[in-house]
Design a binder for this molecule. Sequence first.
Ligand SMILES: N[C@@H](CCC[C@H](N)C(=O)O)C(=O)O
Length: 273
Amino acid sequence: MLVMFNFIKMHGVGNDFAIFDEREGKISFSSQVIKKMSNRNKGIGFDQLIILSNSDRADIKMSIYNADGSAAETCGNAARCVADLTGKDNGAIEVGERLLFFKKLPSLSNEPRYTVNMGKPEFAWDKIPLSIPVDPLNLNFEIEGFQQGAALSMGNPHLVFFSSIPLELESVAKYGALFENHELFPQAVNVNFAHILDNNHIALTVYERGAGITLACGSGACATAVIAYTKKLINNKCKVDLPGGTLLIEITKDLEVLMTGSAVKCFEGQISF
Ligand SMILES: N[C@@H](CCC[C@H](N)C(=O)O)C(=O)O
């Protein structure tokens, strides 16, 4: 017997999601099924699949799965989309162990806009996690052009490289895939390639763990801004230009990371298995 599932397709600055609601009935997709659904030619096509459920601690809970079917601990762009689905102007989303607080802002174009408090970055090597105790902010690699990187966790692991010119997509694909499963990262890593434009402006392309090159990565923009700020390359407020659009990042005195950007509904669909 075929079972029908409803979903909503949304995106945040191009990073796109198929959002299923478990409050309508139990959902359990295997990683193979998620991978199949993520296919842009034969499936729904998405970077991440999101499952919504009830939360005891927040307005709603979201669980995140990458296009390859692997689970992820957080997702900044999806948080704004889920905030929009709550219909609330202020609220909180449970994501893993974190609570992400959100606030609706006046829209600039016709797209709803939200600020999400993504919480504090984690710099401890074993929490990112790294496989050996080294300084995450000064990582050395023996790879031409990528000798120096920095890592942290925004709930999920990120590696950041800065380059004097923006990296071409071909190189992002090649080196992103190479670092995603580098032995230093036992749970693999999202790889951020950043170019500082000025002290409040970054150009960024991200190769996401489990999803490859994305039009935008919210937690990647946060991680990159935090590392750039820690290295005194930018001020505490910056614009991050990604291939799909711009996110605004603010780092508070307490080192909480506020991310602002759009949340766009694309269409509602159904899929059956
Ligand atoms: N697109 C996301 C991050 C999604 C999860 C990531 N690929 C991971 O595996 O950690 C964002 O906007 O933060």
